[in-house]
Unconditional design. Structure first.
Length: 348
């Protein structure tokens, strides 16, 4: 099985994020996450590493607005100039919004500082010098995996960072800048019906945003109830799509502490939606933060649970692109990820 991976993710390593209570803490999405997973995959006999290809800007702009991508590409350099003008005491290495538009506000600012708030939904998506290059390479990783499916592979794993499922058409959030899984899904959907199954701990609000009003891609999202967990503002069970997209989005929510049995019962509901739709391709947004020992998550899925999750999704027997999202317990991240991915490697 091909694992698409590039070292370019290391260019994105912001020194901090601002968490609940204003705590300035090391960013959970750090390069070390990839080292854990790569290390575990190298111990298997089935993982064959390949580099992402270059797909140009077109498949990115098929998902994200041009003004947002332009901000990601140029924002940091503009910020260096602004920071210099702001004077001493300003850290020019991190562009992070501190002002956000209130609901219904439409005014678009001109400064990098203003735009960083305009194009973000939280304090967890700082932009550094290498962020755009890393985010673009991450999207290309997902596209390369999608191309492998088009070339006849039964499955592929896009081991990418930064993750993507919180990034919407024109905003960053939750460590995500470009929505890798959505970009791959959009790329695949001209070749057949596509379903996205998102099993990251957090609701994939970006993916929901991107496909919400269209039936082209079925989105099924299983996650912690947003009434208590990030991203707070979407991922509720009664959000089912709008207009032509009505009925093509499903949110399945989980209570704190959900164990393997409860998790798998809800997963089965999601898998039935996918079976009924008979897609030609499946994109699996995979986050290992559902793990019992995850420092951000509050579910209780075990390593054995990951194995069964992988088995049940692979049993759909649909050509599947697995795209890495979250997962922050670096002691178990490699093993848990291998459990899911190898279910596909051995199935085909
Ligand atoms: N106390 C992904 O898993 N806020 N993103 C966390 C922790 C943001 C997670 C606060 C979490 C984003 C891809
Ligand atoms: Zn997550």
């Amino acid at each position: 099985m091909y694992v698409v991976y590039s070292e370019v993710h290391r260019m994105h390593h912001p020194p901090f994020e601002i968490a609940e209570g204003g705590t300035k803490q090391p960013m959970f999405d750090a390069p070390q996450r990839m080292d854990c997973i790569v290390g575990a995959l190298r111990h298997t006999e089935w993982a064959h590493f390949v580099e992402p290809g270059d797909f140009g800007v077109e498949p990115i702009l098929a998902v994200h607005s041009a003004d947002y991508v332009d901000f990601l590409r140029t924002g940091y350099v503009r910020w260096r100039e602004e920071a210099a003008a702001l004077g001493a005491g300003i850290d020019p290495t991190v562009l992070l919004g501190v002002s956000w538009p209130p609901r219904r506000a439409l005014g678009r600012p001109k400064t990098a500082t203003g735009l960083a708030g305009y194009y973000a939904m939280d304090t967890c998506c700082p932009i550094t010098a290498g962020t755009y290059a890393a985010a673009l390479t991450s999207a290309y990783g997902a596209l390369t995996g999608a191309q492998l499916l088009l070339d006849g592979e039964k499955s592929a794993f896009a081991l990418v960072r930064p993750p993507g499922h919180h990034a919407g058409r024109d905003f960053a959030g939750g460590y995500c800048y470009l929505n890798n899984a959505s970009i791959a899904a959009r790329f695949l959907c001209t070749h057949g019906k596509v379903a996205v199954l998102d099993i990251d701990f957090h609701a994939g609000n970006g993916t929901q945003d991107i496909f919400y009003n269209e039936p082209a891609v079925l989105t099924v999202d299983l996650h912690a109830d947003p009434d208590r967990q990030y991203p707070y503002f979407s991922g509720y069970a009664d959000e089912c799509g709008v207009g032509a997209g009505l009925g093509f989005h499903h949110n399945l929510t989980l209570p704190a502490g959900a164990n393997d049995a409860l998790y798998l019962a809800e997963l089965d509901k999601g898998l039935q939606f996918i079976r009924d739709a008979e897609p030609a391709y499946l994109v699996l947004s995979f986050g290992a933060d559902i793990f019992a020992g995850d420092p951000i998550g509050d579910l209780s899925v075990t390593t054995g649970g990951f194995e069964e999750i992988g088995r049940r999704i692979a049993a759909l027997d649909i050509p599947t692109l697995i795209v890495m999202e979250g997962g922050y317990n670096t002691d178990h991240l490699g093993a848990n990820t291998v459990m899911v991915v190898q279910a596909f490697a051995v199935a085909h």
